[in-house]
Each structure stands twice: as structure tokens, then as C-alpha cells.
Design a protein around this ligand. Sequence first.
Ligand code: ADP
Ligand code: MG
Length: 317
Amino acid sequence: MSLRTISPSQKAGILAEALPYVRGFHGKTFVIKYGGNAMTDPTLKAAFAGDIALLRLVGMNPVVVHGGGPQINELLDTMGVDAVFRRGMRVTDEQTMKVVEMVLGELNQEIVGLINQHGGKAVGLNGQDGHFIHARKMLLPPDEGETEAMGPGLVGDIERIDADLINILSARGYIPVIMPIGVGPDGEPYNLNSDLVAGKLAETLGAEKLLLLTNTRGVLDREGRLLDCITAADIERLCQDGTIHGGMLPKLEAALHAVRHGVRSAYVVDGRVPNALLLEVLTNEGVGTTILPDDAPHFLADSRRFLEPISNEMGDS
Ligand code: ADP
Ligand code: MG
């Protein structure tokens, strides 16, 4: 439904619906992983930038983390660099790392520019700035015939994130836009998974919500039906039985960890829906899957009715 096709009173109703959310979330931090189509389609990109600027202007603290895998692959292909993978991770030598840093840097500046055009004050950051994302070399278990654990090169695991730099920027009204590069003990850069950076940031900042924008309707069950709301324990089950695989794995690992470490809720959001962020944060409409801690209060768990047997909904008051 386009805003042009609804009546003025319906528009007023939508705005009025946002008020309790604007009040309730004032001063709260939202970590948003930006990826998928929302990062390539010009209309969706502009809508995303506008949503981020608006959330900031009404008093929330959005923090953006972006990926860039498809764009990195594209440039490596045109350069004729052979892709070597180890257990699903791209082996990242120094030459590949230069390409990674270049592509991420360019994307970062583009996102910063777009948010600024929409009235926000975005600041682009790399985990090396102020040494704020600490990483260590990722090691993978030895393959057959090997005795030592080997890494995929300059790919890192996140050790910890210092919240200071982000808190200072947010407190002054800036919107941090972060690319997934961390720094090792000797100052060497590491390529990180952006879903995991977003999750760790949400946890470190004590964020209200972690929102993971992607190209699917949300988390789907084996039959391809949307799971409206799941808990951390549901995620463990869905990973074990293979329902969740591929690119959804790091997202839900990030979400699970975040909600078990103080983040109130996480969302896998359909980034193909224009203004998906506003819908998720400021209205009663969800556009994806909600992920809650295992002990979520009953009022939050209401929307879990699609997962829970009806008898479990009774008796709680
Ligand atoms: P992004 O670019 O946003 O990080 P990814 O492609 O890495 O997106 O991850 C999203 C993909 O995860 C989906 O397009 C889908 O192919 C895959 N996926 C695996 N399991 C599921 C699931 N249970 N529900 C939804 N998507 C899933
Ligand atoms: Mg991905």
C-alpha cells in the first residue's frame, strides 16, 4: 500500500501509532546489520538511509554495520583472482585483503553519504579506528592429513569491542557506520563476518534491538513457512536439524548470543520491503522473524502463537 492511496485519517493513525514507540525507545541503541538487496537497489538504499536518519532525529541511537561479500566477489572476479575456500571461508591473502578493504571502504563512504543526504550525521568507521574492534586470527581444525590447525589467512574472530568510540559518537548525535574489519594484537587487519560484528556490538553496547536486514522474508521452517517469533533455544534446535544453514547461520549465531547477553530482542528483517526498519521499530507490524531470549516475558511471547502449542498460552497472567 502506497501512502498516496491512503486517506489523511489513515496517515494520521499511522503516525499516532508510532508515538508510544518513539517515547519508549528514546535514547535507546539499535544495531542494524545492513546487507542484501537493501544495499544494491537504489530505491531501497534511499529508503534505508532515510529510515536511519529518521530514527536518529526522533531520539534513538542507530548504529549501522554493513557487509559487502557480493561486491568483493565481483571485483575479485573481474581481477581474475582465483577464489580458494577452506571450510566455507574465503582464504584471504594480503592481495585479497587489499581488495576487501578497498571495496568495504568505498561502500562505507557511499552509505555515509546517503545517510547524510537524508539529514543524518553519519561517520564511517573501520575497526582499526581507535583500535576499537579487537580480533585474532581464525584457526580452523586440521583437515585430513594435516597435523596443525590452519587459518583461512587474514580472516579473524572477534575478541572484543571497545564501546567508547561508538558511545562518544552516539552521545554527540552522530550515526556510526561500521565496516567489518578488526585489528590483531600486532596491528594487523582482519576481515570479519559482519553479522557477528553486529551481534557483538549489540551485546557490548547493551542495545535495545539487533536488526539483521537480509533478502528473505525472515527465518523459514523446513516447509518454507515464515517463523514469526523464535527463542534462542529454538535456534539451537533449528541449527542442529539443518533447517538453518549457509548465510543464515552467522546471523542467528549473532542473534542467539545477543539475546542471551542482554539485548532484549533481535530481528531477521526482510530488507526487500521499503522502510522495513521503520515498520519494525515504530509500528505494530513486523517484517520478518523476532528472536527473543529463552525467558522472554509473556507479553513479548504473545506473538509466538505460531510456534507454541495452544495449551502453553493458557494460565500465564
Ligand atoms: P546477507 O547478504 O543478508 O548476509 P546471506 O545470503 O548471507 O544474506 O544469508 C541469507 C540466506 O540464508 C538466505 O537467502 C537463504 O538462502 C539462507 N538460509 C539458510 N537457511 C535459512 C532459513 N532457515 N530461513 C531463511 N533463510 C535461510
Ligand atoms: Mg551473509
